[in-house]
Design a binder for this molecule. Sequence first.
Ligand code: EPU
Length: 339
Amino acid sequence: MIEFLENIQLKKYNTFGVEAKAHYFVAVSSYDELKSLIANLKPAENKHLIMGGGSNLLFTKDFDGWVMHSEIHGIEIIEETDKQILLKVGSGESWSDFVDFTVEKGWGGLENLSLIPGSVGAAPVQNIGAYGVEQQEAFVNLEACNLITGKKCILNKLECDFDYRHSIFKGAEKGKWFVLNVTYRLEKIPRPNLNYTPLQKAFENTPAEEITVKAVSEAVKGIRRSKLPKPEELGNAGSFFKNPVILHEKFLNIQQHFPQIPFFSSENGKVKIPAGWLIEQAGWKGKQIGNAGVHHQQALVIVNCGKATGKEILQLSKDIQNDVLQKFGIMLEPEVLIL
Ligand code: EPU
């Protein structure tokens, strides 16, 4: 019989470290457990939140429903050739530990995603990405349980509809699925991806044979540590906003007024602009209001300077949005889930 807890404090389960209570909290360690839980839930009670590492959400109030937390573990080799290996990973595994495991084996594909907080199950939901790579590049499929019917099925890459920090689980199928496990394809003959300029610079004088999976992972970790605060030391959820993607025409207009604006070309003639730059230009970098602040090294990261409430952090994010909108005519969209 699956056990659930009532009125649980979620402070240690979210990387912002804000206080919020869950009406019910249940740790799921297998598909069978989840199936029996769903079978016993009345539809009216079925208000739920699936929480991985709690590294991409902001609680602004108590959660009046079920918080489900995956504790499905294990890494299983399901196929192996001379060139590639397919690994099926439990959704409750730590993403960062999983990447370290693949790096230690010398298997390539996920090394640029080293040290990202959160769980394996959350990685495809958010289509996590960093330093020139998104998880979708190594993704094969995932197995998920439908939270209404209790049935499980496999969704492939196309069905997940991945996009920048987006998947079907944040769109049309939001809240319907509990990810049980994810399968990734890793390369035994790795091809390092050094498209991210600081990473390229880090290796410009390194002979090709020394640019190993491990070396790239270490470089990524170094860059991350220099820019992003550790949640254990300073509560945060990584980038608070997405980098906005705007029409080329609008971009040219802004560029006329701000010739130094950094940008990346995106698909369909659109332009992606670093939100961190916009926030910094709006004067927010390093600022603190009450217990919430903007990180002094990376303006895209909002931090809990001590005992911030979720509401305080939300208010700061709205103030930032307003100022950026006024200055640039761009409405920043939160990357974190606000509850
Ligand atoms: N910038 C500033 N000021 C700042 C921060 C950034 O001017 O305070 C400008 C600089 O021009 C810099 C550019 O923004 O060159 C890009 O900054 P950075 O390389 O740090 O990346 P980012 O666009 O701010 C994105 C992801 C990060 C990911 C990095 C590296 C999003 C929303 N964020 O940040 O992901 O680690 O690229 O690939 O796409 C996350 O999602 O939580 C996250 C940390």
